[in-house]
Write a protein that binds this ligand. Structure first.
Ligand code: ZN
Length: 211
């Protein structure tokens, strides 16, 4: 497992500093993004086991890694899991982002709300899809739940399992902002780095004695 160390990562986007920084792609609505580990090694297996083998108890240990990141994501934020489309929820029987957010809420006492609804069914996003393709795909994929309004003075943290291009959490942030939220952050369990960025970060982490 490769932890993402705050000394080696950008304070806003939480990605490795330098060329790994993705602030230029981060939606303007997102103040900060954090993930505790790189999507590599056992975190990959943990996410697959949770999503595809339905090993729901994996969520607890994943959430425990995520909790310390919350210190940097606002003051008593409201947790908002990335919703699944109704059809996908029927098929899988549970939403992995809701499970993670639920474990975090139990561990911290923070509130959780299903503030968003996914109105656009999206096919499984191929890892090969470009950032622009993924973003295009996710336009208007989410809306606020009927009657849900955000408190502009409150901190919101969007919770998901893995951050790849940010297209999903970016679309969620836009929906929250449309509902009035002004203080939005993102927390995922793992961060999927491009192979070159992964190697470069691994070298830095090894040199710093973190990996
Ligand atoms: Zn950055």
């Amino acid at each position: 497992m490769l932890p993402l160390n705050s000394m080696l990562c950008c304070d806003r986007c939480g990605h490795p500093k330098g060329r790994g920084c993705v602030c230029r792609y981060l939606n303007a609505e997102i103040l900060k993004m954090r993930a505790p580990v790189v999507y590599d090694g056992w975190p990959v297996n943990a996410i697959r086991a949770l999503k595809y083998q339905h090993e729901r108890d994996r969520a607890d240990s994943m959430a425990r890694y995520m909790v310390p990141c919350l210190d940097q994501l606002g003051d008593s934020p409201l947790l908002v899991p990335v919703p699944l489309h109704h059809d996908r929820l029927q098929e899988r029987g549970f939403n992995q982002a809701s499970l993670l957010a639920g474990c975090i809420a139990r561990e911290t006492g923070l509130p959780l709300e299903d503030a968003l609804i996914r109105i656009k069914a999206t096919s499984a996003q191929a890892r090969s899809a470009s950032r622009a393709e993924r973003q295009e795909h996710m336009v208007n994929a989410f809306v606020a739940a009927p009657g849900w309004r955000a408190d502009p003075d409150r901190d919101y943290v969007i919770v998901d399992d893995v951050y790849t291009t940010g297209a999903t959490t970016g679309a969620c942030a836009e929906a929250l902002a449309l509902a009035g939220a002004t203080r939005i952050a993102v927390l995922t369990f793992a961060l999927d780095l491009q192979p070159r960025e992964l190697e470069s970060y691994r070298r830095l982490a090894t040199a710093a004695g973190i990996a």
